[in-house]
Ligand binder design. Structure first.
Ligand SMILES: Nc1ncnc2c1ncn2[C@@H]1O[C@H](COP(=O)(O)OP(=O)(O)OP(=O)(O)O)[C@@H](O)[C@H]1O
Ligand SMILES: [Mg+2]
Length: 474
């Protein structure tokens, strides 16, 4: 889960708890308050009617007016009875005048001189009622009773509506809070994302990449620390690379001089044995020169790569074959080419040439006389490949992974001269362009080394798209 979503959920959770903690007591309080208010209002009205009815009990017309007015104010029904509980006025009409209500508990209570209030199920209406009754007192004697009844449904509806308003306010507050949290989380995570982007670019070899110093103080601290580290890393790596490059370069001139002098001495040597020794020394110098060349290539690894250019693999193969023709002939090895289309890779022609040289050198060096070395090229999905297959011993079991390590020399290399850098170089060059080196012993015996590079036309997906399209990648 992303940091932004986590922050958002945490914030929403806290907000929800706060809203519940605030709104639940409020809602409970609200329903109590509404009920209490309704009850108080009824009690006041009933008391008012009871007081006004004193002395009016035998004047039904005035009494009726009184109860109708009160009923309208309360939104319910108001009746007045005489001392026997006989209805003398009814706001609901004249139909029930003369009926005996003394059996109603609240009327009975009022006739005993007490006020009564409560809820009860109305037998006649089939719904819950709020009743309020009070005695009508004339000269200290109970002369009658007044009772108001209201439907509780209206009160409950009002409470429900108020609670709904509360819930709606809560939901709006929650949405607003979550919206603000989303922006806030974005503000927190954006600098982290750009930091991760910069770190990734540095890891990919763009040593000049720096994180933007933005956000909170802590985030700026992290970005500054990262940038400082990247600057130092860049300086160290550049110095190291320059040192290797300079050392290799500086050594080349004396080596060339040494080679020339050895050749001259070889020409002058009259002694057979001395001649042979000088020739051997010359070969050692050649080896040293090859090693320096390899080191120079590897020193370039991790450098920011130049823009990839379209490379016609067939052309590079033809040139490489021409370079190695004589060597192969001397070793008694036939060179063959198997053309599978006209693949164009996105890389650099120099790198493809160096990779081919190393693979051909291995194939010729490690194959027996009389065998054939075949170079194949083609296009498969998003990548273009060029492969060198030989009929030699192939890699011993377990050597596949180690073969591309620097300075690794395997069982086939035993007894021959080499630095163990060849395959490491090929791999580094392939990876530099977003490709890879795949080593596989093929069925007929011998090794097949395949360099895969992004094909032209695959650039839309970028390096990641290409890397994902390689077999064996998820
Ligand atoms: N075509 C091949 N057939 C069999 N084994 C091979 C082949 N190519 C490479 N190897 C094995 O992999 C090892 C590493 O090869 P790599 O090219 O990296 O170094 P090298 O050939 O030993 O030295 P150099 O730096 O001179 O190329 C070799 O020593 C050899 O054991
Ligand atoms: Mg080699």
């Amino acid at each position: 889960m992303s940091l932004r979503v986590t922050l958002l959920l945490a914030f929403a959770y806290a907000l929800l708890i706060v809203l519940i903690a605030l709104e639940l007591p409020l809602a409970l309080n609200l329903s109590n308050r509404v009920e209490a208010e309704v009850r108080a209002e009824s009690a006041t009205q009933v008391a008012l009617v009871a007081t006004s009815a004193a002395g009016e009990l035998d004047r039904p017309a005035e009494l009726r007016e009184l109860v109708e007015e009160a009923a309208e104010g309360l939104g319910g029904r108001v009746i007045a009875t005489d001392a026997e509980g006989i209805v003398v006025a009814d706001s609901a009409g004249r139909g029930l005048e003369g009926a005996d209500y003394s059996g109603r508990p609240e009327i009975a209570q009022a006739l005993r001189g007490e006020n009564a209030q409560g809820r009860r199920e109305s037998a006649s209406l089939g719904e819950e009622l709020l009743f309020t009754a009070a005695p009508v007192l004339e000269r200290g004697q109970v002369a009658g009773a007044v009772r108001a009844t209201q439907s509780v449904a209206a009160v409950d509806r009002e409470i429900r509506e108020d609670i709904l308003v509360l819930v709606a306010v809560g939901v709006v507050a929650l949405l607003f809070g979550v919206g603000v949290a989303w922006l806030l989380a974005g503000f927190l995570t954006r600098p982290l994302q750009s930091l991760a982007g910069a770190a990734r670019r540095v890891a990919e070899g763009d040593l000049g990449a720096r994180a933007p110093v933005a956000g909170s103080r802590e985030q700026r601290d992290v970005a500054e620390a990262f940038n400082e580290m990247a600057t130092r890393l860049e300086a160290v790596l550049t110095a190291q690379r320059e040192f290797v490059a300079n050392a290799s370069h500086q050594l080349r001139t004396p080596l060339t001089g040494l080679r020339l002098r050895l050749e001259a001495a070889e020409g002058l040597a009259r002694d057979e044995e001395l001649h042979a020794e000088l020739a051997a020394a010359g070969r050692e110098v050649d080896r040293l020169a090859a090693l320096l060349r390899n080191l120079l290539v590897l020193a370039r690894e991790g450098e920011e790569r130049p823009e990839p250019r379209p490379v016609e693999l067939a052309e590079e193969v033809a040139e490489a074959l021409a370079r190695w023709e004589a060597e192969a002939q001397a070793e008694g090895i036939a060179l063959a080419a198997r053309d599978e289309g006209v693949p164009v890779a996105l890389a650099s022609a120099t790198d493809v040439g160096i990779a081919l040289d190393n693979l051909l050198e291995n194939a010729i060096k490690y194959s027996p006389r009389g065998s054939t070395v075949t170079v194949e090229w083609g296009e498969r999905g998003r990548y273009a490949y060029v492969a060198v297959a030989d009929e030699g011993p192939g890699l011993a079991p377990g050597e596949e992974a180690a073969a591309t390590e620097r300075f690794f020399r395997g069982s086939a290399g035993a007894g021959t001269q080499g630095s163990g850098l060849g395959l490491a170089i090929v791999r580094a060059l392939a990876q530099r362009w977003g490709g890879e080196l795949v080593l596989e012993n093929h069925e007929g015996g011998g090794l097949r080394a395949e360099v895969r590079l992004p094909a032209r036309g695959a650039e839309a997906g970028g390096d990641a798209g290409f890397a994902n399209s390689l077999p064996g990648r998820r």
